[in-house]
Design a protein around this ligand. Structure first.
Ligand code: ADP
Ligand code: MG
Length: 745
């Protein structure tokens, strides 16, 4: 056979129009390499089952099955004659085929024979049946003249034999790959295409350096690609998967290693700490003692921003672990060095709150340019989208002149009209809300040739392997301890589908807390009837309670005695601001709100949170929400209310959240529930489609090994000039693949 097909060849010339059109339409597969990277999702033994899952009545299916038994059954009178019932086993499935001409077929259908059947599915007493399917007998040595079978399948076999492809004997293999398939193109069709291509494929060149292959005991690329589609044993496909998975990990790590090199070549302002200045003054008047973790993080960051290469630090720590003060101290060091800082927050509520609390922590130190300010004082400025034109003008002016050392804002900060005098440090709070592009845009606002230092903060913990992969260029610092004075939060799940009698207790509990001078949140999943729910949870027909309805109900019903406030994203900015301020000041007892309060909001006096339709929220989101209570001296209580059915996965998820407050465990749980593609962000389809066998959660060891190898390779040879094929793949994969976990919300 001529061995001349190569990876980049198009399929339509090789496979014929019909089937290559199907491959393209269903999976976007157009070239040999696409097809060969359409890896089996599992392997079947002893036959090829139907498509993917349970077949439905009316589906047209094709199976390879072994005949288990054959019975000739008399028709019930008044009908005459008999039919042949053939019981089939295919992998783990069992089905029956019936034929109405038993005389002829008695001699063909014999127990133990392996055959391919194709027909329409019906059900009889829960048994899956094919009535008069076309069939093809599979034999080791067959020739076109002696094909035994009927209908379509026999034609196919004859055609295949003319094309010199031996379908029959391949189907007799012990292990048959099962491919991701659809109604329009079934697994066995895909496999036939793969086999036709493999038959003609020239030996594939090895792209990995030889020592990497031998040291890691990997199959060659050529072997791996062939064995993943045509394994003779379990060891074959496992080894093949290992090799190809390793390739995915290595490519990804090479991209990240190169990014790190590029990053380290940038130049950043050096901002060493000063013995005297705003930072030192602030430290002498700290409102509390820093935790060990806060101090250690502060030291690392102080050291990094003193360097002339940009810092890239991810500061992660539980909700309430006190990240803000760590960031503030770094910002003051930058101001001492003559630079400005930008603090970017995802919501207006949070930006405004930061502005207020930083100003109050700084006191006279934050009144730069104002009367009675400290010598070392700096200006603190807020910039959000909802400011008036004149407010905005004033702010922009202070930013461009450098009067404002500390600029706090929302996305409004990213706009082109915002010009800094001398930006040295960018801090991004709750970074999972921002994409890389936004981040980079803000970094681009430094003086020409300079890259500001960057500190990103998150309360959504990132599992180690993800941090290693996705944040390959970031250094991760974790605050593990909570400041003293933090109180435990207990979480209860209230399954309303089982019993509603506890519902009034929730409101009573809130009344009791208020009677003791404490405050509560009631969180709903959506605002009003004119929208279908929060983006992302894909609820079609929400039977959920809108926040405006809940507000109306509570205010005139169970909480009529209390001061109840309403907060959601569509209120005017000054209204939001007023409500938040009143709640902080204790002038509102109960805040009925949406997830606008999810991140960062800090009202230590709030002790109870009731989350309505809690099943509508993701695990991380619930954890974030819950972090709003128990921030003061009193224990927090979080009640997860749900209408989800008993035993449903939704209730299980809520119980899992209730069972632990360990953010790292919850983050892993969250990731397991999302598809990992989502973790990599939707914009990164290039990267996503290149991670087929590698799971960021499950293959930590491979990823770690690949990272070490990638680091060594890139340190020695940054452009990978010595491995040109690998370099080409890295470039192809790296294009538009700013692998990013930040895009997930
Ligand atoms: P988060 O990490 O969730 O952003 P914050 O920075 O908002 O947490 O801190 C939560 C609260 O804890 C704030 O009120 C802050 O003033 C307070 N806090 C921070 N550090 C300490 C500390 N070392 N001791 C006592 N309280 C602290
Ligand atoms: Mg915070």
């Amino acid at each position: 056979m001529e061995a001349g097909v190569s990876l980049t060849d198009r399929l339509d010339g090789l496979l014929g129009r019909g089937v290559s059109a199907k491959l393209e339409n269903e999976f976007g597969i157009t070239s040999v390499v696409h097809l060969l990277q359409h890896y089996p999702r599992r392997y079947a033994r002893g036959g090829m089952p139907l498509g993917e899952d349970e077949a439905q009545a009316g589906d047209h299916i094709t199976v390879v099955a072994t005949i288990a038994r054959v019975d000739e059954i008399r028709m019930k009178p008044p009908k005459k004659g008999s039919f042949l019932k053939v019981t089939l086993h295919a992998d783990t499935q069992r089905l029956e085929a019936t034929f109405f001409n038993p005389k002829v077929l008695r001699h063909v259908m014999k127990p133990g024979k392996k055959m391919m059947f194709s027909g329409t599915v019906g059900f009889f007493r829960k048994n899956m049946q094919l009535t008069h399917p076309s069939y093809l007998e599979l034999r080791e040595t067959a020739d076109a003249e002696s094909v035994r079978g009927s209908g379509q399948l026999a034609e196919l076999a004859r055609a295949a034999q003319k094309a010199d492809s031996d379908i029959e004997s391949d189907l007799l293999r012990d292990i048959i790959p099962i491919y991701p398939s659809t109604k329009n193109i079934q697994s066995w069709e895909i496999w036939s295409c793969v086999r036709i291509v493999l038959d003609q494929l020239a030996p594939l060149p090895e792209m990995l350096p030889e020592e990497v292959v031998t040291q890691n005991q990997l199959l060659s690329y050529d072997q791996a690609i062939r064995l993943i589609h045509l394994p003779d044993s379990e060891a074959d496909f496992r080894n093949a998967q290992d090799r190809l998975r390793f390739d995915e990990a290595l490519l990804m790590q090479l991209i990240l290693a190169q990014q790190r090199v590029t990053e380290s070549r940038r130049s950043a302002p050096s901002m060493p700490a000063k013995a005297e200045g705003i930072a030192a003054r602030f430290d002498t008047n700290l409102p509390f003692t820093l935790t060990g973790g806060q101090r250690a993080a502060g030291e690392t960051i102080a050291e990094r921003i003193a360097q002339p290469a940009p810092m890239n630090v991810l500061l992660q720590g539980e909700v309430g672990s006190g990240k803000t003060i760590v960031a503030l101290r770094a910002m003051l060091q930058a101001i001492d060095a003559g630079y400005q800082c930008a603090l970017l927050a995802p919501t207006e509520v949070l930006a405004t709150q930061h502005y207020r609390s930083l100003r109050s922590m700084l006191g006279a130190l934050g009144q730069g340019g104002e009367l009675g300010a400290d010598d070392y004082a700096t200006g603190v400025v807020l910039l959000t989208g909802s400011m008036t034109v004149s407010q905005r003008k004033t702010a922009l002016l202070k930013i461009v002149t450098g009067d404002a050392g500390l600029v706090i804002g929302t996305h409004a900060l990213i706009q082109d009209t915002v010009e800094f005098f001398n930006l040295g440090l960018v801090v991004i709070d709750e970074q999972h809300r921002f994409g890389v592009e936004q981040r980079d845009h803000l970094r681009g606002k430094a003086q020409a040739g300079k890259t500001p230092h960057m500190l990103v903060m998150t309360a959504t913990p990132i599992p180690r392997t993800i941090a290693m992969t996705v944040f390959g260029a970031l250094e991760v610092i974790t605050l593990r301890e909570l400041p003293r004075g933090r109180s435990p939060i207990s979480t209860k799940v209230l399954a309303l589908s089982m019993s509603r009698k506890w519902l009034p207790r929730v409101w009573e509990r809130i009344v009791e807390e208020a009677a003791q001078g404490r405050q509560a949140y009631v969180v709903c999943s959506r605002i009003g009837d004119d929208e279908s729910g929060p983006a992302g949870n894909g609820s079609e027909a929400p039977s959920t309670t809108a926040v405006v309805d809940m507000f109306g109900y509570l205010r005139s019903g169970p909480l009529a005695e209390l001061r109840v406030g309403l907060l959601h994203g569509r209120l005017p900015a000054d209204e939001k601001d007023r409500v938040m301020r009143d709640f902080s000041a204790g002038e509102i007892d109960v805040l009925v709100c949406t997830t606008v309060i999810e991140v960062g909001v800090d009202v230590p006096n709030a002790t109870v949170m009731a989350i309505v339709d809690a099943d509508r929220f993701g695990v991380s989101q619930l954890h974030q929400l819950r972090g709003r209570v128990g921030r003061g001296a009193h224990a927090g209580l979080c009640i997860l209310m749900s209408e989800a059915a008993e035993g449903s996965s939704a209730l299980h998820r809520l119980s899992a959240v209730a069972a632990t407050t360990d953010g790292f465990r919850l983050a892993e749980l969250d990731l397991q529930q999302r598809r990992e593609g989502d973790v990599l962000g939707s914009a990164q389809s290039g990267t996503r489609s290149s991670l087929k066998l590698l799971s960021l959660l499950d293959h930590g060891a491979v990823i770690e090994k690949a990272r070490d190898i990638a680091d060594a390779m890139v340190t020695e040879d940054p452009e990978l000039a010595r491995a040109p094929q690998l370099a080409a793949m890295v470039n192809a994969m790296g294009d538009g693949a700013g692998i990013d976990y930040l895009d997930m919300t």
